[in-house]
Design a protein around this ligand. Structure first.
Ligand code: HEC
Length: 251
């Protein structure tokens, strides 16, 4: 059919470039392609070109169909769709947040059960922020019995009522916060000295953890850091000072 089609087009005295395009169109259709082909600005399916007779081809080529718009690259179109979707999503989320806040749908009680999603995500957010904000300073104080004792004394006065002391039951007071105050035991391996210092000095917003920088000197905070970091290996005199803490038991 290819030869007879091209011969027929020649006979019909069509221009050389026109014939060339028909040849290419036909070649592609013979290769089994089924995507659309553009012939002089009109679109035909290549499988359809293959099954056409000469007369039909000539008719189609002379048909004044809609010319193709200069086509936009497919990637740009996809990109625009993705962007539009993202903006729409943001607007919906904003409206949702406004509705939830404005109509009092957000629970604010501190004695509610901690949602498992919150309990999983928030500690990671907290840790990441502390890591980012804390400087990389090292503890300037010597790990002496004197400093550890001073740390234990400050801890008893300022921290134990919420965080309890390792080896004691959790404090009922500390457990009534949302999130609850954790027990600071095990040498706090998740934090470096300076990260612990930063957390104690600056506190944790929207929780019960105060910013101790306005109540304790830097040295007192470093003494607390020394105590917490060495809590598993304390001299007996410091251990007994620390363990003398009494917490009110839960009801
Ligand atoms: C009034 C209660 C309260 C007091 C007093 C308090 N904290 Fe806290 N602290 C909290 C709460 C609640 C959290 C949990 C915050 C969170 O998880 O987002 C916390 C968290 C912390 C953390 C982070 C623990 C972790 O695992 O991420 C450290 C470190 C800490 N406190 C140290 C101290 C020290 C040291 C003192 C004493 C100088 C102290 N806190 C006094 C309530 C308290």
């Amino acid at each position: 059919m290819t030869l007879s089609l091209i011969h027929a087009l020649r006979v019909l005295r069509l221009s050389q470039s026109f014939i060339l395009e028909a040849e290419q169109a036909h070649e592609q259709s013979v290769n089994g392609l089924t995507r659309g082909l553009e012939i002089q600005g009109r679109v035909f399916s290549s499988s359809c070109v293959e099954s056409l007779s000469v007369h039909q081809i000539v008719f189609l080529l002379s048909f004044k169909g809609p010319r193709l718009r200069p086509s936009e690259p497919a990637e740009e179109k996809d990109m625009r769709k993705v962007l539009l979707g993202a903006v729409l999503m943001l607007v919906i989320l904003l409206i949702l947040a406004l509705v939830v806040g404005r109509f009092g749908l957000m629970p604010i009680n501190a004695d509610g059960a901690h949602s498992s999603l919150e309990a999983r995500i928030m500690p990671q957010v907290l840790h990441a922020s502390i890591v980012r904000h804390a400087a990389t300073a090292t503890n300037p104080l010597a790990i002496s019995e004197e400093n550890l004792k001073a740390g234990a004394s400050t801890y008893k006065d300022m921290c134990a009522r919420c965080h309890s002391t390792p080896g004691h039951n959790p404090s009922a007071y500390g457990q009534s916060f949302y999130p609850p105050a954790p027990q600071l035991s095990g040498g706090m391996p998740n934090y470096t000295d300076s990260q612990l210092f930063w957390t104690i000095k600056h506190g944790i917003r929207n929780t019960g953890m105060p910013a101790w920088g306005s109540m304790l000197s830097d040295d007192e905070i470093w003494q607390l850091v020394s105590l917490l970091k060495n809590s598993q290996d304390l001299p007996p005199s410091v251990e007994s000072e620390w363990q003398a803490t009494k917490n009110r038991p839960a009801r």
